[in-house]
Design a binder for this molecule. Structure first.
Ligand code: HEC
Length: 385
């Protein structure tokens, strides 16, 4: 009898002891690991202790076979990737985990195990895996795109812009594609499409005209960026091609060349300022005069808890003057709001209105504007919602 009972209990007790025997050292190890982490201050040490098991000591990311999950690890030594992500965004991902920005949950949250200073130091270490930070402008300079004022940061994005006047007599859609080349160059193509009310010759009735407008081809070169002064400066040139329908006054009918300078300035705790100044040079001044323009956008980005949806209210002041005798300076004010639509924050919407400061006589004089922007380098349109 006694022998039988003890035999019956022997197996489960033995199993339990074996299980505890395997688990306890593991638990003790994690406990001591976490205690060890608390003493780390240097970014490199934090990274080696907490991140290198997946991201690799050299930041290149371990292979799928060695980490045992399928999500590929990013290569932090690739400047094209590492330079363009702002450190604050990455700090939030390390603190709250991948899903906070629509990334995979295999990127864990470290907010409980590591404090803010440790995580920020680890991110600084991650950022320096790009060995050419002086060449590649940092993602912090990728300021919210204003409706009119051009940006200095070289982009990879698609923008669909839309405008209509308050009198509902003119509608314009514009598809813009921007492709970054290397650290500091960017190409751009803009294709507008216009639908508008026209009065054709020999008729006193209005009818609708529509067609492709004047396309523009652009090249941007980033000439200066400094994390010390928080400034970025670029030079651009656009060639505007007379593809538009002159008959319905949709295009200007001549080639124009538009050189301009764009500057972005971050003002800590206040916001950001973007300035664009240049000229639209006519190739036939008897038909279209040269024009000078200067534009500024001031704004501030608000983000709930430092990681939620980003709201960026902005106001632009636009000035333009044709180089003709007696031409006035045209001033416009553009209040607007940009908002990120998804968790990854790489799809954005902006709404605003361009209001003339004088000669505001009818609804026709106000232009309502919008754009939908997809920063395609950060993922597919449907990713990260
Ligand atoms: C368990 C494995 C693992 C550990 C440990 C880990 N990561 Fe990650 N991390 C990932 C994976 C997987 C991704 C890619 C997620 C994706 O693409 O959806 C990632 C992505 C990232 C990204 C890039 C997000 C982007 O913009 O693409 C950053 C930054 C990052 N990790 C930082 C860290 C830091 C800092 C640590 C240490 C404190 C750390 N990771 C520890 C697995 C890990």
């Amino acid at each position: 009898m006694r022998r039988r009972i003890s035999k019956k209990f022997f197996l489960p007790i033995g199993m339990l002891m074996l299980f505890l025997g395997m688990l306890l050292p593991q638990l003790a190890q994690t406990g001591s690991k976490q205690a060890e982490w608390k003493t780390l201050t240097k970014g490199r040490d934090v990274f080696q202790a907490a991140c290198a098991s997946c991201h690799g000591t050299n930041g290149q990311g371990k292979s799928i076979e060695s980490v045992g999950f399928k999500t590929p690890l990013p290569d932090f030594t690739d400047c094209n990737f590492t330079s363009r992500e702002p450190a604050d965004d990455w700090f939030q991902i390390a603190r709250l985990g991948g899903p906070v920005r629509g990334f995979n949950q295999m990127m864990p949250a470290f907010g409980d195990a590591l404090d803010e200073a440790q995580l920020k130091a680890a991110i600084r270490h991650v950022k320096q895996f790009c060995s050419e930070t002086d060449k590649w402008p940092d993602g912090i300079f990728n300021l919210p795109r204003a409706l009119v004022t051009g940006k200095a940061f070289p982009e990879d994005e698609y923008v669909f812009a839309y405008a209509m006047n308050g009198g509902l007599s003119e509608f314009q859609g514009k598809f813009i594609t921007e492709k970054r080349l290397g650290a500091r160059h960017q190409l751009e193509l803009a294709v507008p499409f216009v639908v508008k009310e026209v009065i054709r010759e020999g008729s006193d009735q209005t009818s609708w005209g529509e067609g492709v407008g004047d396309m523009a081809l652009g090249y941007k070169l980033n000439v200066f960026h400094s994390l010390k002064s928080l400034t970025i400066v670029s030079l651009s040139t656009e060639v505007i091609v007379p593809t538009g329908d002159e008959y319905d006054d949709i295009g200007k009918g001549i080639f124009r060349i538009e050189p301009f300078l764009a500057l972005g300035q971050i003002i800590p705790h206040v916001g950001f300022l973007q300035i664009q100044a240049g000229a639209e040079l006519s190739t036939k001044t008897d038909r279209v005069a040269h024009e000078l323009f200067w534009r500024a956008a001031f704004g501030h980005s608000f983000q709930r808890g430092g990681y939620g949806r980003t709201w960026s209210p902005m106001v632009e002041v636009l000035g333009a003057k044709e180089l003709e005798d007696g031409a006035f300076i045209n001033w416009h004010i553009v209040p607007e709001l940009q908002v990120t639509l998804n968790q990854r924050q790489h799809v954005m919407l902006c709404l605003g209105a361009e209001i003339p400061t004088r000669n505001l006589n009818s609804a026709d004089d106000v232009k309502y504007m919008a754009y939908l922007l997809w920063d395609w380098f950060d993922g597919g349109f449907t990713e990260g919602w």
